[in-house]
Each structure stands twice: as C-alpha cells, then as structure tokens.
Design a protein around this ligand. Structure first.
Ligand code: MF3
Ligand code: CO
Ligand code: CO
Length: 249
C-alpha cells in the first residue's frame, strides 16, 4: 500500500496559507450565488480570484478537467463542469475550490442554496454540513481513519439520507490526491492510524435517496442514480500532536 506522508511544521505553515486562500475563494463567491448567475461565471470569478492571489487553480486541466472549479447542481454529486447553466431559485449548488499556493494544495467545498429552497433541500444541506463536522470531530491523533466514516454514516443514516461510497476524501499536500483514501461510510475496517503531520480532506457527499452514483458521458459529471438531491461540504485538515487543525475553516 502507498505510504501516508508525514509532514513537517514548515509544511503545515504553507498548508495554512493555501487552505486560507481556498476558504477565502468560497467566501468571495458566496454573494454571487444567486438566480441568473451561470456556473461559468462562478468559474471565471473563482479563477480570477485565485490567480490574482498568486495561486493556481488545481482543478484546471487536472486529468483533463476543463475548468478551474467544480460546480455541482442539485442531483449532481460532484465534479460538475461549469457551463452555460443559469442558477435558478430553489437550486442547490456545490462549489469545490482547490488552490495551489507555493506548491501546496488547499481543497474545500460548500453547498449553497439559491434563494428560497424546499424544506428537503434545506435539511439535506444542513445534514451534509453537520456530517463534515461530525467526521472532523471523530478525527483524533492516534485514532484511526475508519473512525471518520463510522461517525459520518451513523449520523447521516439517522436522517434517512445516504452517504456516497464511490468517492472519498484523500491525502493532500504537494499532491492534489494522495494516499490514503478516506471513506465516509462505515467500511467495518479501522484503517490506518491518524498520525501528527498527516494532511487530508474530509468531504462527505450526502444524498436524499440512494447512495448509488453514475458518471455521465462527459467523463466527469457524477449524478445520483435516482436523480435525488445531493449535497457536500469539504475541508482540508492537518493532524497535530494533540488535536486536528481545520486548514480551510
Ligand atoms: N476538488 C475535488 C476533490 O475534492 C476534486 C476535483 S477533481 C476535478 O477532491 F478534476 F474534477 F476538478
Ligand atoms: Co478533495
Ligand atoms: Co474538493
């Protein structure tokens, strides 16, 4: 199995800066998430913000991804490609931003509500936000990666929603996607130990219906098999000797 990297205090300093810029990009884009905005406009605004802060949008051309951020609307689970689609009242949209600053990656996403949404959409987005918090609370130095998904699935199941199994969190640092793969469901395995100096993401995708997903023919857009709504939040975190630090908070 691929080794999980242990980073230094100076690496952590750089990750704090990239994490902060990724978070600031989401703060910046939030007021633009309104009815009538196209997902391409969201992409362009995020791209310009990232570049103007001396960073590189990590998703642009990553394995051929054509845009700088992912915009995943309604039943799109993740990796939505920005385009001509105009947001409309009642939509939910996840914006997933990853920056490379001074060689280090910061990866974070939030799901935004467009105007007034259904009760279901509000609840789902709330549960997805809390699922990330629950996963982070379960992350303890010298605990295990398996604790994270166990806690998340127990929480999400309690609402009658489901946790996506096909996509995971990931180690991060100088690489965008590194070992290990952090599953957000209870895989019944304890997994590797969480050690100081590890950097990774937690990014549970929560569906209103089935956890099953499929990828569209564009090779990127992932949707729920039953077209039910899907919401996601993501943070990049670092394990320290005594706790965990959320770098994109
Ligand atoms: N940011 C996504 C993640 O959380 C990955 C997007 S890859 C892309 O890991 F190529 F679709 F941008
Ligand atoms: Co990620
Ligand atoms: Co991401």
């Amino acid at each position: 199995m691929e080794e999980i990297k242990i980073h230094t205090a100076s690496d952590l300093g750089k990750m704090r800066l990239s994490g902060k810029l990724a978070k600031q990009t989401l703060d910046y884009i939030e007021p633009y998430i309104t009815s009538g905005t196209t997902t391409d406009e969201i992409n362009r605004l995020c791209h310009d913000f990232i570049v103007s802060h001396g960073a590189i949008p990590a998703s642009l051309n990553y394995k051929g991804f054509p845009k700088s951020v992912c915009t995943s609307v309604n039943h799109v689970v993740c990796h939505g490609i920005p385009g001509v689609y105009k947001l409309k009242e009642g939509d939910i949209v996840n914006v997933d931003v990853t920056v490379i600053l001074d060689g280090w990656h910061g990866d974070t996403s939030r799901t935004f509500l467009v105007g007034k949404c259904t009760k279901l959409a509000n609840t789902l987005v709330d549960v997805a936000r809390q699922a990330l918090a629950v996963g982070i609370s379960a992350t303890k130095p010298y605990g295990h990666f398996g604790d994270i998904g166990k806690a998340i699935q127990r929480f999400v199941d309690g609402y009658g929603f489901s946790v996506v199994r096909d996509y995971c969190g990931h180690g991060i640092g100088q690489a965008y996607h590194d070992a290990p793969c952090i599953v957000h469901f209870d895989s019944l395995a304890s997994g590797p130990q969480l050690l100081p100096g590890m950097f990774f993401t937690v990014e549970p995708m929560v569906n209103a219906g089935t956890y099953k997903t499929k990828c569209l023919k564009d090779g990127w857009t992932v949707i729920t098999c039953d077209k039910s709504l899907s919401a996601q939040f993501e943070h990049t975190i670092a394990v320290t000797e005594t706790s965990v630090e959320v770098l994109t908070a």
